[in-house]
Design a protein around this ligand. Structure first.
Ligand SMILES: [Zn+2]
Length: 200
């Protein structure tokens, strides 16, 4: 899938996840919620983390959205491992978890430095960044599994898996079915939020 599709799918799925587990705090769409700066900060940190996670596995492609930002690092990963290898597997998710924990410490540190102890303690207590980045990565791999190329879930084993299992039923990255799926998912979730089945 293209970077933009990954970002949109990740953020939309992030709304669904947060509706059920309320990682980012009480919902803004609930009239009884007191909207504070701390709450808005934690929402922003949550969606930033999901979005980052949703782009992270494609850092193995120097031409991808995140790859372009990480230039040299990305080129090296692509050179050594290749695109859609370790970072699109269970092993990659373990690596992603370690990175997510590091990013979480960094964000807590930055919030603390700006005297934002309240959101900092919220991030620390709920492991908001960790779960959000990891969820973004999982959504990325799941979305790539819908494409013809599939994903090497059990890397270093080379077998690629996808859904549906027959690759002929899957779409090619960047082709029109990709955009139909992304937009259909976004519209569905927007309607669900509007009808208050889901909350933000
Ligand atoms: Zn990918």
């Amino acid at each position: 899938m293209e970077g933009r599709s990954h970002l949109l799918v990740g953020l939309t799925a992030g709304v669904v996840l947060d509706s059920f587990v309320h990682l980012s705090g009480p919902p803004l769409t609930d009239p009884s919620t007191k909207v504070t700066l701390a709450l808005l900060t934690s929402k922003a940190v949550y969606y930033f983390s999901v979005g980052f996670g949703a782009l992270l596995p494609d850092i193995d492609n120097a031409r991808s959205t995140l790859g372009q930002k990480f230039g040299f690092i990305s080129e090296q990963i692509q050179h050594i491992a290749g695109h859609r290898t370790i970072l699109h597997s269970f092993l990659g998710l373990i690596l992603g978890s370690v990175l997510a924990l590091g990013l979480e410490r960094l964000i807590i540190f930055l919030l603390d430095m700006r005297n934002m102890q309240l959101p900092a303690s919220l991030v620390e207590g709920s492991h908001l960044v960790f779960f959000a980045v990891l969820f973004g990565c999982v959504m990325h791999i799941a979305a790539d599994a819908l494409t013809q190329g599939g994903v090497p879930l059990l890397w270093p084993k080379k077998t690629r898996y996808g859904f549906p299992p027959d690759a002929d039923w899957r779409f090619r990255t960047g082709s029109w079915p990709e955009h139909v799926i992304v937009w259909a998912f976004m519209i569905l979730v927007t309607v669900a939020v509007w009808q208050q089945y889901l909350v933000i």
